[in-house]
Design a protein around this ligand. Sequence first.
Ligand code: C6P
Length: 420
Amino acid sequence: MVAETLEGAMKQNTMFDIHKIRKDFPILSRTVNGKPLVYLDNGATAQKPQSVIDVLTHYYTHQNSNIHRGVHTLSREITIAYEEARKTIQLHINAKQPGEIIFTKGTTESINLVAHCFGNLAVSEGDEIIITQMEHHSNIVPWQQLCKEKKAILKYIPINEAGELVLDELPKLLSSKTKLVAFTHISNTLGTINPVKEMIATIRSLSKAAILIDGAQAVPHLKPNVQDLACDFYVFSGHKLFGPTGVGVLYAKEEWLAKFGPYQTGGGTIKTVTLEKTEFADGPLKFEAGTPHIEGGIGLAAAIDYVNAIGFDVIQKHEEALMTYAAEKLSAIDNIRIYGSSKHKTSVIAFNVIGIHPFDVGTLLDKYGIAVRSGHHCTQPLCQFYNIPGTIRASFAFYNTMEEIDLFIEALKKSIKLLS
Ligand code: C6P
């Protein structure tokens, strides 16, 4: 039924030809253990379209040189391309200016950068930072470390059984001491889409706290609008957005960048250096020490162009249909427990087979060519809430198909039989 609806939707939308789209991703046609690869680990990292691969090859074949450092043609050309990539990202997330986009290694480095610079600027003994119980370790540990260093207090918004934030608690946690609130846009383990606009409105009405949104799991599924959200910081990784690994983004409101001291220092971050002192560069360059991941930046811009050419409205429709279909099929299997039942949920199903360790199921699924993630997914506090060591997690992207879900369910049934 869902498949029929999807077929209909796909026929109506000439932009979304799933078979054509899959051909854009060469890895999707490989086999694993003699079976066609069914890649359902998109939450860990997404596959790359040929257009992104081509940009990387073209860079090393025709453009390789350093940026912001040379007057020769190659250096000038690639500097322009890199700064155009920054502009593509700015327009994609609707930042006010390209200078608010800082290239980092990924979400983890972006959060560490904010924890370091914001911590030095604005956090003192007795101040408070709020995060949530569903955060990825990358949005927990830097804040724990900062609070330890500054003797500040870290507070948590709790979650409920459905895997949603208990937002009634947020006003009670906020105070004049709250310096920053950091939370994920979409949970990597549960797929819960947090009501970020509503949360920001509550935070703004009751405190002067800065707001950081971890968009790592959101950007493959939606187009964030940072001006509309009115957050202070928005962070994400290139590799989950169908771009290269080792590159990511920190969006920071210009007013913060002007006040922040440097994160790492060295080449690229300076205006002038004497043997006595250094005057730092203005804008994003101050935070981009050393030779950056040049091909990563331009590759990420190519990935953004690719997804925008498909369109997030059709991507969301397709992913919603995949989720509904997979949840229906999974629920029909005995002894399955699904975690996270929010109505606002996308592209992730975390589950366990009662009595069987998630690693055993994941290992057997791999024998059938099915790639899922098993474990705590870097969210140990969330697993502690459910009192489990981890889950099996199937995470979908727009290139997945109903047929792949059928293969996954069939392999899961066989795996359970073998393990029971
Ligand atoms: N989650 C997952 O399988 P990096 O590693 O820096 O690109 O992203 C870290 C990160 C931060 N926040 C969220 C919400 C995330 O999902 C991730 C990465 C992967 O769920 C790998 S652990």
